[in-house]
Design a protein around this ligand. Structure first.
Ligand code: ABN
Length: 175
């Protein structure tokens, strides 16, 4: 009888120890953490507001910001933006000269939806500006179609052929 009673007491004690032990608590906690790691990333978060805000900011840059690669006139550019290098969208920075030859692109203006012919001129005579590098290349063509090729130093015909940055001037409406 005593033996039986001892066994029951031992069983109950062990059971209780299992339930309140540190190992048990850690075991449960780790299960919760592993479960969260697998389920949280797939939960359907509402990202529509962030996406809409992002799209709005991109549209604004495309229409207004001459220091952003997304600005519409830069659709076929390859170079550092002169507007980040002490010049502007159409003006070379002090101490540099516009390239005598240039390449062209056709870019759509988001404000009126029309296509414009854009002339890209490299500004020459100083070492590379190094700021706001953009390489968008819309409708850009290989070197055998030279006027539409941007991956070349267009300062090649200037007295000082060092490339500094690139401007983007509208020539007129594209036909
Ligand atoms: N048209 C910009 C440029 C300059 C030097 C080398 C590659 C591209």
């Amino acid at each position: 009888m005593l033996n039986w009673f001892d066994k029951l007491a031992e069983y109950q004690t062990r059971n209780l120890a299992k339930k309140i032990s540190r190992r048990n608590a850690l075991n449960r906690l780790s299960r919760v953490l592993v479960g969260a790691a697998f389920t949280l990333p797939v939960l359907p978060f509402d990202r529509s507001t962030a996406n809409a805000a992002n799209a709005g900011a991109m549209k604004n840059k495309a229409a207004e910001d001459a220091t952003a690669c997304e600005y519409w006139r830069y659709c076929a550019i390859d170079g550092f933006l002169c507007s980040c290098c002490g010049g502007s969208l159409t003006q070379c920075p002090p101490g540099t000269d516009a390239s005598k030859v240039s390449w062209i692109g056709t870019c759509s203006n988001p404000k009126d939806g029309k296509d414009y012919l854009v002339s890209y001129n490299d500004c020459c005579g100083k070492t590379a500006c190094g700021k706001c590098m953009c390489n968008t290349n819309l409708r850009e063509r290989p070197g055998y179609n030279l006027g539409r090729h941007n991956d070349v130093n267009w300062c090649m015909s200037n007295d000082n052929s060092m490339f500094h940055c690139t401007t983007a001037s509208v020539v007129g409406l594209a036909e």
